[in-house]
Design a protein around this ligand. Sequence first.
Ligand code: AMP
Length: 385
Amino acid sequence: MSHDSDTKPILPGATVGVLGSGQLGRMFAIAARRMGYRVHTLSPDDDTPTGQVADREVQANYDDLDAVRDFARHVDVVTFEFENVSAAATEAAAQFAPVRPAGSVLHTTQHRLREKTFLAQNGFPVTPNETVRSLAELEAALARLGTPAVLKTAGWGYDGKGQSKIERATDAAAAWTKLGTTEAILEAWVPFQSEVSVVAARGVDGSYADFGVVSNTHRNHILDLTVAPADVSDKVRRDAAEITRAILEKLNVVGVLCVEFFLTKDDTLLVNELAPRPHNSGHFSFDACVTSQFEQQLRAICGLPLGSTELLRPAAMSNLLGDLWADGEPNWAAACKIPEVKLHLYGKASARPGRKMGHLTAMASTPAEAARLALAAREALLRRD
Ligand code: AMP
């Protein structure tokens, strides 16, 4: 039995199940509990960022189908914040509760090759790319696409994991060995002017809302700073929204999905990646929008009307990685001295380098000033006074 076609709203008081237990689930749980829902979370860990806020934390592997079934039996709808859940697990959950977005959305977006194929076949603009299954195929693809190029694993990867830049054709063998896979994708290098993204939601009834175009800066392949709104032309804004809406419709998404784009030097948008859930580049919405991406996810999966995504003030978000803890606990009070800055910490016990521990959101009268404040507050964390 599938519950996917249920359109009756799931109202406050009901229980929402989240597969995954990181910061995305935590912020979702905060939004859901604020609106009177109960939240259960399932992941292999305990005392997790989501579990600390949820009503119930189930510790089980995602491939423990009995545990997933039991989890789904006790909730009214299942969503996720960790997208690398197997089709078997989403199918097991779907026997007992609607899974939103559906497992088919995860299946497409959790695999770069399937995702790129879906995008290209539906006419969405993507970076020139080729599938490679051997060193010989890699060398042939490099000859066609040229260098530099980026070799990425076909299977899941995030924050730059499972990818390597190839500067010269002679580096092909080393890159192939380093990736250690049998299936990969080679992408032409895009000398972009900027990276932008759109976080959007689609309701059970097909309604659509997005949070506008924001600009993202990465450091070591990890998002470092998001500025909202992005400084782009009206045409780019319109094109980005149109592409995003069409992607959500084609995938039949019920929930939230983020589209990450490269904006090329001639103002063309290329889709880089899809994430079928709230996204780091939408965290600013928690403080700066009428409805956050997390509340929007809740509304969408529960069949409620979507909320307004209006940006209340220009905003910027800077990520706090574990590296900030290298010389001891960051100076929280110093960052809080800037009154327009909001501190978010995810409750993670160990601060490993590169691990997302929290973020700061700054609001100001201009996006540039918000960015300056978000960065200044992060600098202040290292002050020893
Ligand atoms: P990904 O994991 O594919 O989103 O890549 C992480 C980051 O690596 C992107 O946000 C870009 O900053 C960079 N990157 C990935 N692919 C390319 C490309 N084809 N051209 C230029 N930069 C890229």
